[in-house]
Ligand binder design. Structure first.
Ligand SMILES: Nc1nc2c(ncn2[C@@H]2O[C@@H]3COP(=O)(O)O[C@H]4[C@@H](O)[C@H](n5cnc6c(=O)[nH]c(N)nc65)O[C@@H]4COP(=O)(O)O[C@H]3[C@H]2O)c(=O)[nH]1
Length: 906
């Protein structure tokens, strides 16, 4: 999944989270507001309720105060009357039987003056009625046994009011207000009593205005109803115990503690309405004033308000809920909208990604489950050359190339069906028919129900990569000029071949082919011609070999052939290798046109036979190298097989080379001189011959090391040393009358002569030694004039001009053109000792020597024969006109001292 897609997903999740949070906030806010409103409304209602109750309480308290005061006033009046009567009786004394009538009238009058008192009576100390304001009073009334009377009698009370008291005689309730009477001696004299009818209270209460639901009542201390307004009806007569209004424990406690007033809520037993009552003691009298207000009535307004407020609150809550719902709906809508936008953005981003992914550098092809192509991208079209019309709707199988067989495709589909995936390299065909390699990845696509719906194939054209790989491989393992295997590949093949040989117990052959004088061709005809030669040689040799053989170019003109596992027989392998080697030599020998010149080249071939894996690749390479070296040493254009003695010789050779370098460093050189005589035996000169004083081997002949010095390119330095030594010797001899006539012949190697610094070196030696140059003879060989002969001639002329003389050594062995020889500034021809040795035995040799002498004469050159060992040879030479000799007959090469001694003898 891409970064953009992940971002879009993230946004969708964030939006969802934000939406849920907002929704939670809104709901929480609404609930909080609702709660606050309920609390506020509750508080408001409770405040109003409290206010209503408090107002009602203060109202009923005021009412109860009025009732209380009024009730107390009733008892105050009755108490006043009793007090006055008691005072009167104290003055007049207790009535007797005779004066009771007079007191009756007084009492009667008194009753008339006090309307709320129904009857006033006087009772004696025995509890018997003595007088009464009533006409029909009963003198037999005896209240001596009543608590009321005894309270006075025992002196516990002076004045007392009774609760409602049922009068059996009158068949109604009364309240009695009594006052104790004292006798003259302060003893108990009796009681005066005022009888109060409860109706008095009822009448008084009924005069008070009561509101709807309000009640005013008086009850005695035993909760018996004294009076009530509104009237309680017949069901509730005066004196009825109103138990429900009986003081509760709490009220009883209040009463006991002397509390005079309190409030309570209770259901009235009279009308069953719940009221708020105010209870108040009526002074010290056994009476309570009760003012009640109907709670229903009282709280009707409050309830109405509460109802309204509740309705308002509910309306507000509903309104809020509606608002919240509406807001949530809008929020949901906005969220859905945002979600849809985000999803659309996500879809667009994903579509962009898909489109971008589809337009990748990889070719993409989508098919349905049956392999019918549904869609391809531009890269596919670019790679294959097909356009939409060519492929859409076509089956994939139609585009399979014939490069792979049916089995390959069957395996591909099998794996694809099994694993849902296939990946690999495959060759496909472009529209133009060109086959090309591609890296193909095919994936099966399944829907959520795991049903295969599509195949998606991605491909990359790997033809360039493969070509590059091929090129890299080619560069790494093949020679760019000839296309042959290079050294690296050859080594690999060698390693593998050795293992195979061992496994199958077979023999193989290794050949090194070297083009003779390739450097020369390169130098003379140019590098382009050299390259052409190499390509031509490579081509020709390839044609001579089988496919199983490996032909490689290892170096500039060095080719190698590996012939693997030819035969188990060593001898047959040698035969085969020899046959192949000569075939190669022959093909090399065919003329080649280079730089418009027909050139014939030759080659040298070294061969080694590989028999087992006892030897390593390096060993075999070393062996074949030695064989090649030997082939070259044998005079080139030949084939040489490796043999172990060759190895020893080569090792010796290697050692010799090392020793030679040492010799040059340590100046292990010494010059010997061999006398040259005339026909009279007089020494006319000497030939300087180089010797190597080897620390172990003793004196070593130049034949052994001069060619090595040449190949090691030490010849210039050593030659310079020889020349300088000889020149010094000449210069020294020039001082000696006995020796000053002597000449010294110095051998100059063709390589030394051809060196571009040769002239300057020689001239520096001449300058250093101040040698008499006309006594110096430089011996050159015919081979000097095989190549660059004009250059050699120029150098000779330059030296000749300075007085130096020249002898042509080994004359007769080469193939010099005599016409050319005539142009050289030569002074002497030296007949090679090989002819001299056989001059008497071989007529051919004698003929050569004769013609050489004749040639010298015709060219006006001196002639000297070397290798003269016998007097017969000398005699023959003399008789044929040769007057100068060099050979063991006259003296071997010896030290300078020996020569000088020899000269002194002469
Ligand atoms: N069997 C036989 N041999 C005779 C007789 N008289 C002379 N010789 C040998 O023949 C060789 C003559 O020298 P060369 O032909 O120039 O052949 C020389 C010459 O080509 C080369 N050489 C010697 N000294 C030098 C040198 O200083 N520079 C160069 N470039 N080549 C040298 O080495 C060759 C061999 O030199 P040496 O071994 O000294 O061998 C000498 C000499 O010892 C004889 O009667 N019988």
């Amino acid at each position: 999944m891409s970064v953009t897609s992940i971002d879009a997903n993230d946004d969708v999740l964030k939006a969802k989270h934000k939406y849920r949070q907002q929704r939670r906030y809104v709901v929480a806010l609404y609930l909080l507001a609702l709660f606050a409103m309920v609390v506020l409304f509750g508080w408001l209602m409770s405040e109003q309720y409290e206010q209503e109750i408090t107002a009602a309480e203060s109202r009923i308290t005021a009412r109860s105060n009025v009732v209380n005061e009024w009730a107390k006033g009733v008892f105050a009046q009755s108490g006043q009357a009793l007090f006055g009567l008691a005072e009167l009786l104290a003055l007049q004394g207790m009535p007797e039987a005779g004066n009771a009538q007079a007191l009756h009238r007084s009492l009667e009058n008194l009753t008339l003056y006090i309307p709320m008192v129904d009857e006033i009576a006087v009772l004696g100390s025995e509890g018997r009625m003595l007088a009464s304001g009533s006409d029909d009073y009963n003198a037999n009334v005896d209240i001596s046994e009543t608590q009321f009377f005894n309270a006075f009698k025992q002196g516990r009370q002076r004045e007392l009011v009774t609760p409602l008291y049922w009068s059996e005689s009158e068949q109604q309730f009364y309240l009695y207000h009594g006052r104790g009477l004292d006798g003259p001696n302060g003893d108990f004299a009796g009681v005066v009593i005022a009888r109060i009818v409860p109706r008095v209270f009822a009448d008084a209460l009924h005069q008070m205005h009561v509101y709807e639901g309000e009640s005013i009542a008086l009850i005695d201390s035993e909760s018996k109803l004294i009076a009530r307004h509104p009237s309680p009806g017949e069901q509730f007569p005066i004196g009825l115990n109103i138990a429900s209004t009986q003081p509760s424990q709490d009220e009883a406690r209040k009463l006991e503690s002397g509390e005079t007033a309190w409030s309570l809520r209770a259901v009235s037993p009279i009308d069953g309405r719940e009221r708020l009552f105010r209870m108040q003691r009526v002074g010290d009298y056994p009476m309570l004033a009760i003012v009640g207000v109907d709670l229903q009535q009282l709280l009707a307004g409050w309830r109405q308000r509460a109802l309204v407020l509740t309705l308002v609150m509910c309306a507000l809550a509903l309104l809020g809920a509606w608002g919240v719902r509406h807001y949530l709906n809008r929020l949901a809508l906005a969220h859905q909208l945002q979600q849809r936008i985000l999803e659309r953005e996500q879809a667009r981003a994903e579509a962009q990604i898909s489109a971008a992914a589809f337009q990748t550098h990889l070719g993409i092809l989508i098919t349905d489950a049956e392999g019918f192509i549904l869609k391809v991208n531009d890269t596919f079209k670019r790679i294959t050359g097909y356009d939409d019309a060519d492929v859409i709707g076509k089956n994939l199988r139609k585009f399979s190339s014939d490069h792979h067989n049916t089995l390959f495709y069957r395996r591909l589909w099998k794996r694809l069906v099994k694993t849902g995936n296939w990946e690999g390299e495959i060759w496909n065909q472009r529209k133009n028919g060109e086959l090309f390699p591609e890296w193909l990845t095919v994936s099966a696509v399944y829907n959520p129900s795991n049903v295969l719906t599509h195949y998606v194939a991605t491909m990359s054209d790997i033809s360039e990569r493969k070509a590059a790989e091929q090129e890299i491989h080619q560069l790494a393992f093949y020679d760019p000029l000839t296309g042959l295997a290079n050294r690296r590949l050859f080594m690999d093949r060698m390693g593998a071949a050795i293992k195979e040989l061992h496994r199958h117990q077979r023999c193989g052959a290794l050949l090194f082919v070297d083009i003779d004088n390739f450097k020369q061709i390169n130098d003379t005809l140019g590098h382009y011609a050299g390259d052409q030669l190499l390509q031509s040689v490579a081509r020709r040799m390839s044609q001579m070999l089988r496919d199983t053989d490996t032909l490689a170019r290892l170096g500039s003109d060095e080719f190698a052939v590996l012939i693997e596992g030819v035969d188990s027989s060593h001898a047959q392998t040698i035969q085969l290798a020899e046959r192949i080697a000569y075939k190669l030599l022959a093909t090399l020998n065919t003329p080649i046109v280079l730089a418009e010149e027909s050139v014939i080249v030759s080659g040298s071939i070294g061969v080694t036979i590989m028999v087992s894996n006892e030897h390593s690749v390096d060993d075999y390479l070393q062996q074949v190298d030695m064989a090649l070296f030997q082939a070259k040493s044998n005079g080139r254009h030949g084939v040489c097989f490796f043999d172990p003695t060759m190895q020893a010789a080569l090792l010796a050779h290697v050692k010799l080379e090392a020793d030679l370098r040492q010799a040059q460093e340590n100046r292990q050189w010494i010059l010997y001189y061999q006398p040259q005589v005339d026909h009279l035996g007089t020494i006319t000169g000497v030939e300087a011959l180089l010797r190597w004083q080897h620390p172990e081997r003793g004196m070593v002949s130049p034949g052994e090391f001069i060619p090595l010095l040449e190949s090691m390119e030490l010849i210039n330095d050593v030659g310079e040393w020889v020349l300088e030594s000889a020149c010094c010797q000449l210069a020294r001899w020039a001082q000696n009358p006995l020796l000053r006539e002597l000449t010294i012949s110095v051998n100059i190697s063709p390589l030394q002569f051809r060196d571009e610094d040769f002239l300057s070196r020689v001239e520096r030696v001449f300058a250093r030694t101040q040698v008499p140059l006309y006594r110096l003879k430089l011996e050159v060989t015919e081979s000097l004039f095989v190549e660059a002969r004009d250059e050699a001639r120029e150098k000779m002329l330059a030296l000749k001009a300075q007085g130096v003389r020249f002898a042509l050594d080994d004359f007769g062995t080469g193939y010099s053109s005599l016409a050319y020889l005539a142009q050289l500034p030569l002074d002497q021809l030296k007949i090679d000792q090989s002819f001299v040795h056989q001059v008497l035995e071989s007529q051919a040799n004698a003929a050569i020597v004769e013609s050489t002498i004749a040639l010298a004469k015709s060219l006006n050159l001196e002639v000297i024969a070397e290798g003269v060992e016998t007097e017969a040879q000398q005699a023959w030479l003399l008789s044929h006109g040769c007057h100068a000799y060099q050979g063991y007959l006259f003296g071997r090469p010896v030290t300078v001292e020996a020569i000088e001694e020899l000269m002194s003898v002469h």
